[in-house]
Each structure stands twice: as structure tokens, then as C-alpha cells.
Design a protein around this ligand. Structure first.
Ligand code: ZN
Length: 442
């Protein structure tokens, strides 16, 4: 072999194995659009050396990131973006050897926030790009049509919070089910039931698979002027034994049960993913006053949450096993930061193999949603809020005549079949001639 060809082989060998030569490799790219921003996460083999610049010169706006001493394992063109802000990712000619240049084509010129994160229990080294701005198509979240008859009274407003989402899958079941998908599915079913009831209205804190920080969940809740915040979860536990559903309310003390402490820790881990999101700002002019007001509001919220939790548990107990018959107290961040009466519902533990299978079925999700809806409605009938339709119902007695059905009665009294069934504790929708019914009207 000539000296020249030996040299050539070495050169080719180096050119063909650039991966080994550079300190950091890009191993994966994740795009998380949400109503207020888009987060793009580069998963890396090591902490990156990088710099970036933006090109907002009137042409197509873009962010250019140079990863130095790096190699790329990801086919950037195949990374799909569902974000309205990020049009696509693409590689570009690097300024020098050993640099990977990535271009983010944007739909609008927005200055990004770019930072690195170290490994945690779920991910390794990461470079995070946050771009502020609406990134998902706004969905019509709540019913806006109000019938004229109800104009003077308002529906009770419920904020339904599907736990986790986006880069935070929540717990993962033995068969690979993500908690975030179960919670969203049950949340949607529940919202549909509530919005079909003229006396109630629902808003979802998230309507798709994206992560939300606590302040964002709180903002949706406050903007909707919700009367109650219901956070849905289906957490795993360290052992596969726990099976039942449970309802949690805010407690000032840390939980005194082992399960409560484990769940508190788990939720805290989830929130860690949002470590760089701004936190709720309190009024700092008078720290003492702020503190006292917060405490007062919290006491009311805790009381209301606990009443709602009891009624909901009664209804949940009819469709699923309960882990505990009473509401459990814990200091979940999601409950303490909202400022609205709040409860956290564990729909069941997806760490339990049978429960996981059950939680995946439409039939069980539907039954859980129905139980939650019935429980919520009953709570606001038992503990009415001034000015709401449910607080101003009049009850009329009606004796069923030949040819009448629940739907004709509902129409005549301007109410719903659901409301009559509920009020009379009917098991089905058949009624008989001569039967006495209490009809709630407003
Ligand atoms: Zn959870």
C-alpha cells in the first residue's frame, strides 16, 4: 500500500466517524406548542457549547443556533411542528467544522429565551428554546350561548384541569399508558357533560397535549371566573397495590399518610419541569396584609373544596373502588396556588395493571366523567352560590299523564331530562302514568 493511499484511508476514516470526535451529540428534538408559547427541547449527550442569533430583517424570521464541538443524530426535516409559531427546523451550512447549525423558521419575529437544563430523573442534558406567543389553534372552550330565560342567573363555572401534558407524561402504567392522556380524555368527557347542562359551564385548562405551568392553569381558572377547580390525575404509586380512586383537598400541613407524601413528591417532580416559568406574583407593598388576605381566601377555598370533595366521593364510589371514603388532605402545589376552591381527583392508579386497562376504556372513562358531573351538580344544588341558576331553581310537582315522556316534560318546563332524572333519583328514563315527579325549573 502506498503512503498516499494509507493517508487517504485515515482521512476517510476520520470523515466517516465525526460522532466520536465531538463532545456533544444532538440525540432528539421535541416540540411542545401550548396556548401561550412554544417550547423546543434538544436532548443532548452532554452539556452544550452553543451560541445563537436571530434574523429578523423583514425576510422570513428565523433563529439560528450553533452547537459547537457537536454532531447531529436527528433528521431535522422529519421533526414535525404542530406549533403555529415554529414552521420548521432545518440544518444549515455550519461556519466551521465540528459545529452543527440548526435553523428554526418562525411564522412571526419573536425574540426567544434559550437556556440549558441539566439531567433529572426523566431527561438528560437539554437545550431549551422558548418562544412566547399563541402556538395552538384556540378551541372554543366553553359554551357562550345563554338562553334568554337564564339571563338573570348564571351557570356555575367549573375549571377542569387535565393533569400533566406535553413533555410531562405524568405516571406511566405497566403497559405504557401515559397519565396525561387518561386525564385529558376524562376531562373532555366531563366538560361535554357539564356544557350540555344549561345550569353549568366548563372550561378546560388544557385542550390538547401540551404542558402548562401552574400560573397558566391558575390564569385560565381566574379568567373563566371558575367557582371550582378540579384537577384530574391517575397517579402511579411505588407499589402496584393501591387501586381505588380518591379525592384530595388542600391541607396546610403536609400529608400525614404515606400515600399522601408519595403523591406530593410526585407532583412536585412534575412541577420541576417548569422550573423557569415565572411564579405568581404577590402584592409586596404590604407583605403582612397580603399574607393575611391569602390565608383568609385559602381558608374559604379549603372549606368549599372539602364540601365538594365529599359529594364527589359519594358518586365516584358508585362506579369505582375508593382508596379512602373521606377526602384526603395534602399540600399539592396545584391546589395551593390557584386561589379558587380546588380539589384533586385521583381517578385510579395506573400503576395497577388491571386499573390501567380499565382506565384506557371509553366505557370506564365515561362512567367516571358521569360520576364527577353528577357529584359536581349535586354539590352546587346542596351548597348553592348566589346568582347561579342552580341556586334559583323552583321545584314543581307534576303527575305524569298518558303519552308523556321525560323529553316532552323537559321541553314543557324548559329544563333537561338529565335534571329531572337527577332530581328524582330515577334509575332509567321510563316513567309511568300517575307517577309524581319533582321538576326543577328556573
Ligand atoms: Zn398526576
Amino acid at each position: 500500500m502506498s503512503r498516499f493511499s494509507k493517508w487517504l484511508i485515515i482521512c476517510v476514516a476520520i470523515a466517516m466517524s465525526p460522532i466520536a470526535a465531538w463532545a456533544t451529540s444532538i440525540e432528539n428534538v421535541r416540540v411542545w406548542p401550548s396556548p401561550e408559547s412554544t417550547r423546543i427541547v434538544f436532548d443532548l449527550s452532554a452539556s452544550p457549547e452553543y451560541n445563537y442569533f436571530t434574523i429578523f430583517d423583514g425576510g422570513p424570521p428565523r433563529i439560528v443556533i450553533d452547537f459547537h464541538q457537536s454532531s447531529n443524530q436527528v433528521d431535522l426535516a422529519s421533526v414535525t411542528s404542530e406549533s403555529l409559531l415554529l414552521e420548521r427546523l432545518r440544518p444549515s451550512t455550519p461556519p466551521r467544522d465540528g459545529t452543527v447549525r440548526v435553523v428554526l423558521d418562525l411564522s412571526r419575529a419573536v425574540e426567544p429565551t434559550i437556556f440549558t437544563l441539566g439531567p433529572n430523573d426523566r431527561y438528560g442534558h437539554r437545550l431549551v428554546v422558548d418562544i412566547e406567543g399563541a402556538s395552538v389553534q384556540p378551541e372554543r372552550q366553553s359554551r357562550v350561548v345563554r338562553t334568554a330565560e337564564h339571563a338573570e342567573f348564571r351557570p356555575v363555572m367549573i375549571a377542569i384541569d387535565a393533569g400533566h401534558g406535553g413533555q410531562d407524561p405524568g405516571s406511566v402504567g405497566p403497559a405504557g399508558t401515559f397519565e396525561k392522556n387518561i386525564t385529558l380524555s376524562v376531562a373532555r368527557r366531563l366538560a361535554e357533560k357539564i356544557n350540555a347542562d344549561p345550569a353549568m359551564s366548563a372550561v378546560l385548562t388544557r385542550t390538547g397535549d401540551y404542558g402548562l405551568s401552574l400560573p397558566q392553569r391558575a390564569r385560565v381558572t381566574r379568567q373563566a371566573r371558575a367557582d371550582l377547580f378540579v384537577s384530574l390525575h391517575a397517579d402511579a404509586f411505588t407499589s402496584p397495590q393501591p387501586r381505588g380512586a380518591s379525592v384530595w383537598i388542600l391541607s396546610r400541613r403536609r400529608s400525614d399518610t404515606e400515600l399522601g407524601r408519595a403523591l406530593e413528591n410526585k407532583e412536585r417532580l412534575s412541577e420541576e419541569l417548569y422550573e423557569l416559568q415565572p411564579t405568581l406574583t404577590a402584592n409586596n407593598d404590604d407583605p403582612f396584609l397580603t399574607r393575611a388576605l391569602l390565608d383568609m381566601r385559602r381558608d374559604d377555598s379549603m372549606q368549599d373544596g372539602s364540601l365538594a370533595a365529599q359529594v364527589i366521593l359519594e358518586h365516584l364510589g358508585r362506579v369505582t373502588t375508593l382508596h379512602r371514603r373521606d377526602p384526603q388532605g395534602a399540600s399539592f402545589a396545584v391546589l395551593s396556588n390557584i386561589g379558587t376552591p380546588s380539589i384533586l381527583v385521583e381517578l385510579g392508579f395506573i400503576s395497577n395493571p388491571q386499573k390501567e386497562q380499565l382506565l384506557r376504556t371509553a366505557r370506564h372513562q365515561e362512567r367516571l366523567a358521569e360520576a364527577l358531573y353528577q357529584g359536581l351538580r349535586e354539590h352546587f344544588v346542596r351548597h348553592p352560590i348566589d346568582g347561579t341558576i342552580l341556586a334559583n331553581q323552583r321545584i314543581r310537582t307534576h303527575v305524569v299523564a298518558r303519552g308523556e315522556s321525560l323529553s316532552t316534560l323537559a321541553q314543557r318546563y324548559n329544563t333537561t331530562v338529565q335534571a329531572i332524572v337527577q332530581h328524582n333519583n330515577l334509575r332509567g328514563t321510563t316513567i309511568r302514568v300517575g307517577q309524581e315527579l319533582q321538576i326543577p325549573t328556573s
